[in-house]
Design a protein around this ligand. Sequence first.
Ligand SMILES: Cc1ncc(COP(=O)(O)O)c(C=O)c1O
Length: 453
Amino acid sequence: MPEATQAPTDVFEKARTHERAEQLKAAKEADLLPYFRLIESEAGPLMEIEGNEKVMLGSNNYVGLTGDDRVKQAARDALERYGTGLTGSRLLNGTIPLHVELERELADWLGTEDALTFTTGYQVNLGTIGTILEPGDTVICDSGDHASILDGCRLSGAHLRPFRHNQLDKLEKMLDRAAGDGGGVLVIVDGVFSMEGDIAPLPGIAELCERYGARLMVDEAHGVGVLGARGVGASELLGVEDRVDLRMGTFSKSLASCGGFIAGPADVVEYLKISARAFMFTASAVPSAVGAALAALRIIRGPDGPELLAKLLDNAAYLHRGLSDLGLEVVEPTRLDDGTDVITPIVPVVVGEDWQAVMLWKALFDAGVYTNVALHPAVPPGGALLRTSLMATHERRHLRPRPRRLRRHPVPLAPRRPADGSTGTFVRPALTHAGGFPLVQIRTRGGRRRKPC
Ligand SMILES: Cc1ncc(COP(=O)(O)O)c(C=O)c1O
């Protein structure tokens, strides 16, 4: 290096000095880290985690099919027939008959002209959005949309116009502005929002898209295999399937595998096949994953499907009632225009500050209940959630509080809505065992902010 030149900044520096480094270190030392916990058994309502049995309330295995004998057999059959991996992209040497069958069956299920499977759902959003849009176009997305949507938008170079979560008037404002941008316009929303489990007002969104001549894409990652009479998702439940241009879904939730799909017009799917880099320049999913997804899809479409979906939503309603009865601030089901409430398998408890959520998570973990913690940036600052999620295979005994266990593992902190409905304040940790969940009061909030997309 010439003497006069300043030493360059070490690009690794951020790994040592990032804003969460201290917090992370302290959490690790106190064994409070809610992430990267070791799962040591098959996914199900009860799981072995780090040497102990836990009730699993933190899985996206909504229909509980990852342990189904038929799905496992299909994965085994695919493994035996095609081997452990395909070692190449779909385009060149990674397409097997199972892909074609799965894509045909997905299109039939969704009622679209065609469908295309990717190696993960993340890649579906990256590949589809990043290819369909280009600089000069405008993309309008909900502030609660999944990170993979945002990453696809960034990759595309299109002008990003976010609107406040589920606010149709804000969407309209963005559509109005986009009309002056000069390019094509695509609106993208989650059908079911991944952290809070609420549902997008799709009929209103579709109407606005039609009025402004914009295309509409719905991410049904948490809707497929969950909502609607056929289990196709929020678009089906809300009666707008034929008004949505593109629907994406993943196999990593109800479909009990790994991978994802985009479904829509045949010409668009054909274009993605030869243009989407996240599809073309990566290895195809392993055969057992494709076989498992196909078997799970057939179960959901088959005679067992309606009962599984009904059981799943019944479990969600049961847990929602139980947690609300304890005075916890639970995100409410979505109220439709006709006054019906729609519950989804995602039942989040609003906690508030990150450390409060972590303490509550750890107390439940020690008491034998596994949940997920959503901290900023997954949620807005001060909006930490304990995200519980249900499976069709949960029994009532898994969802009832377990007072004895909890007594053995005192909980230092948990949120509680004050009985008089007023804003609570954080009080010194004090243990009660109301209803089996140990509770102390913390601040509860009325309106919740969401971060922009
Ligand atoms: C709404 C949403 N879209 C897309 C994805 C990505 O799916 P996958 O896990 O299959 O990559 C997820 C995963 O969590 C999601 O929640």
